[in-house]
Design a protein around this ligand. Structure first.
Ligand SMILES: [Zn+2]
Ligand SMILES: [Zn+2]
Length: 194
């Protein structure tokens, strides 16, 4: 993603989007609308959603702020998110975040895109939305698609059996550099687990 200022320091930008999990323990504020919206049909997303796909919006980390309910009110979470949100690993390329109370899937962060967060769009609270969410851009991992669900034939999206080409190149570049991981995200355990 492009380098940007950090509007959550003192920036004048308004909050454009708010989101929350099912139980309300985790909240999100964003000073940007998603750069793009992608529907992922991979097995992990299907299982995470207990539905045929998960829909993600891509946000720049500097524009979003997570909050978690505490006894003294909503507490802002720092970038490493380790003080509240439940983090899991189902592959060695990304982490997933969940509400620790209700289990709502919140986001994915890919190690090869450390400045971005793919946020589950089901979190978005329509009543707090300023502006319009961009239309879904693409379906990815159609190679893993649930056999009983069919992609609409006329939705104007791009279709990919796995990642799209630019992201595949990004992953390859990251692998060529030794697969470095973001320092403020804890390393994955030796075995994937909940
Ligand atoms: Zn929750
Ligand atoms: Zn997926």
């Amino acid at each position: 993603m492009d380098p940007t200022p950090k509007p959550f320091s003192d920036g004048p930008l308004p909050i454009l989007l708010r989101g929350s999990c099912l139980c309300g323990m985790v909240h999100l504020e964003s000073k940007m609308l998603p750069e793009s919206v992608t529907i992922c049909h991979c097995r992990e997303c299907r299982k995470a959603a207990a539905n045929p796909f998960l829909t993600f919006g891509l946000f720049h980390n500097d524009y979003i702020q997570w909050y978690i309910a505490s006894s003294s009110g909503a507490k802002p979470l720092l970038g490493d998110l380790t003080d509240g949100i439940k983090l899991t690993y189902y592959s060695d390329i990304a982490i997933r975040g969940w509400c620790p109370r209700c289990g709502t899937p919140l986001f994915m962060k890919y190690h090869c895109r450390p400045d971005g967060t793919s946020i589950a769009m089901g979190l978005v609270d329509d009543e707090h939305l300023v502006g319009s969410i961009p239309a879904v851009k693409e379906h990815i991992f159609l190679g893993d698609k649930a056999v009983w669900w069919n992609v609409p034939s006329d939705d104007g999206t791009a279709r990919h059996d796995s990642f799209n080409e630019p992201f595949t190149r990004r992953l390859q570049d990251w692998s060529a550099k030794g697969r470095p991981q973001r320092l403020d995200i804890p390393p994955p355990p030796s075995k994937f687990k909940l």
